[in-house]
Design a protein around this ligand. Structure first.
Ligand SMILES: [Zn+2]
Length: 147
């Protein structure tokens, strides 16, 4: 039997969150957290609404998942995020000891890889899942802003 719970399957859900952010005029980044193929958190960037530069999708996903699990460490959790995490989020993800991070598009300017931010040594990272969709959404957003 074919497994429908692929990285692309869950990334589509993160992209739906990014679309919601887009509609709200937020930089369109979405994230979800999955445990045993079950979504336990759905978040998107809310920096404009909350007037808070720390309100990235990943930061909220960490808090929301910890609340759901009743523990601060995100053991056996996978974060799906449409854009490569920044160094702030990578730092927070380090503390969460999250098991796996799957991201869509690379962030060549502010991504944690460019910045050289270390994740937890046990954290598995997969990049480039549905990256075209994620970067298209970003491009559409910034094109609209320039008008
Ligand atoms: Zn971030």
């Amino acid at each position: 039997m074919e497994n429908i719970f692929t990285d692309a399957y869950f990334m589509k859900k993160a992209l739906q969150e990014a679309e919601i952010a887009f509609e709200k005029g937020e930089i369109p980044v979405g994230a979800i957290v999955v445990v045993d193929n079950r979504v336990i958190a759905r978040t998107h960037n809310l920096t404009e609404l909350l007037n808070d530069v720390t309100a990235h999708a990943e930061m909220q996903a960490i808090t929301s998942s910890a609340n759901f699990l009743g523990g601060k460490y995100l053991k056996d959790c996978t974060l799906y995020v449409t854009l490569e995490p920044c160094q702030m989020c990578a730092g927070a993800l380090y503390w969460s000891q999250i098991t796996k991070i799957v991201f869509g598009a690379r962030d060549e300017h502010r991504g944690f890889m460019k910045m050289g931010t270390q994740l937890h040594p046990k954290t598995i990272v997969v990049g480039g899942i549905m990256e075209n969709e994620a970067s298209e959404l970003m491009k559409r957003f910034f094109a609209k802003k320039r008008k």
